[in-house]
Design a protein around this ligand. Structure first.
Ligand SMILES: Nc1ncnc2c1ncn2[C@@H]1O[C@H](COP(=O)(O)OP(=O)(O)O)[C@@H](O)[C@H]1O
Ligand SMILES: [Mg+2]
Length: 389
């Protein structure tokens, strides 16, 4: 029997526009290319950025540049984005002419911690106690109300733990002023510190028809607020995994979301799930899907954006994913000796094409596949130790 084509789907060789020039865009584009789509990147980064290197075309301009925006619009059939720190007005301009997935509401909700937290609260989704602050005085009140330890985060433009200050002890007036000045922002969110058994995330795709396709739950280990290692399957119970997936579905449904997204959660000692944040795009904790699943998070992003049907991806093998930060590079432009990872056929290296390494900069990652997740983790740790020399 011939399969009916989805009448809404956009087929190759149509052009997909990708806003943002980083590694997430790069990995999306690699999937799109394989299917025969054309891709155009719009980025405010310099030419030769990670996504631009693999796209058919790269437009380097500021988000306010209307000529460049028109040039982008004239080429694309559909648009997506690979990071959330984009002015919503830019996406509004694109949306007025071409379909954009995920839409502006998803972007506006998840790019701003205050709106994100209020959205979670409004939908009855469990999150850490929080208060919105906009001055040293309101911070003092919030610290009193929420108690210590707590963490102050900028409302906008935070990532990889940037824009976060942990407050371990009650503060006097001088301390409060200092912390508020250090945040260097006009608005912030003060959050109660969560003591957790582990951090997990659910990466899922939601289709234009509302279909929901979650990936297996990731267990995430952070160092200095930056993701270090992801382990899949997560070492949690089936009931905990199902509850996490149900919360992620609730988030996606409430936003009528289209595309891949991630929901980060804390799992407490008592088995309680607390949503930390969401990302309106493929996520670092979903990189394992390239090597360990029958379809990757980037493949699912492309499927959702062009309007193809989605069904839940399957894990082929247990896996450990380890981030390669600039710290592993002996010098800014000198790579480490990659043989520990290249020599092992169960280890898969992914480099993002960034020329200059800096401490904390995400330069690449590698995955190790094994018969169980503990073996994958210990092999990955051994490879990492060898790379560090
Ligand atoms: N309220 C909290 N309680 C405990 N740990 C936290 C809290 N907020 C952040 N963290 C730690 O910092 C990491 C990064 O914070 P997150 O809010 O996810 O910001 P980012 O946008 O930088 O990913 C989290 O994954 C977690 O390890
Ligand atoms: Mg996070």
């Amino acid at each position: 029997m011939m399969q009916r084509l989805n009448p809404m789907s956009i087929q190759p060789p149509a052009t997909i526009g990708v806003v943002g020039g980083g590694q997430l865009g790069r990995m999306m584009i690699l999937e799109a290319r394989r299917l025969g789509y054309r891709t155009v990147v719009f980025t405010d980064e310099a030419p030769g950025c990670p996504a631009g290197q693999v796209a058919d075309e790269e437009i380097n301009a500021s988000f306010g540049d209307s000529e460049a925006t028109d040039a982008f619009l004239s080429q694309i059939d559909v648009c997506t984005y690979e990071f959330e720190n984009i002015p919503a007005a830019f996406i509004a301009n694109i949306e007025a002419v071409k379909p954009v997935f995920p839409d502006r509401r998803a972007l506006e909700t998840s790019q701003h911690r205050e709106r994100e937290k209020l959205f979670l609260r409004e939908h009855g989704i469990p999150c850490a106690p929080f208060a919105v602050v906009d001055s040293a005085d309101s911070l003092a009140l919030a610290v009193e109300e929420i108690g210590t330890p707590c963490v102050l985060k900028t409302a906008a433009f935070g990532y990889d733990g940037k824009g976060q200050i942990k407050i371990s002890e009650p503060l006097d007036a001088v301390g409060v002023s200092q912390v508020w000045a250090d945040l260097d922002a006009t608005r912030g969110v003060l959050e109660g510190w969560v003591t957790y058994r582990c951090e997990i995330s659910v990466v899922a795709a939601r289709g234009q028809d509302g279909s929901f396709a979650p990936f297996p739950v990731s267990e995430n280990i952070h160092t200095n607020h930056i993701l270090d290692t992801t382990l899949v399957p997560a070492r949690i119970s089936d009931a905990e995994a199902q509850a996490a997936v149900a919360l992620a579905k609730q988030v996606g449904d409430a936003l009528n979301y289209v595309g891949v997204y991630a929901v980060e959660l804390f799992l407490t000692e008592g088995g309680e799930l607390i949503v930390n944040e969401m990302a309106p795009r493929p996520h670092n904790s979903g990189h394992y899907t390239i090597d360990a699943c029958d379809v990757s998070q980037f493949g699912m992003q492309i499927r959702a954006v062009v309007g193809l049907p989605l069904s839940p991806p399957r894990l082929l093998r247990p896996v450990a994913m380890v981030n390669l930060l600039g710290d592993v590079w002996p010098e800014a432009e000198v790579h480490p000796d990659w043989s520990p990872v290249l020599n092992d056929q169960d280890a898969r290296l992914h480099l993002y094409g960034k020329r200059i390494a800096r401490a904390g900069r995400k330069m690449g990652h590698f995955c190790v596949l094994a018969d169980d997740v503990d073996t994958a983790q210990s092999k990955a740790n051994a490879i990492m130790a060898a790379l560090r020399g």
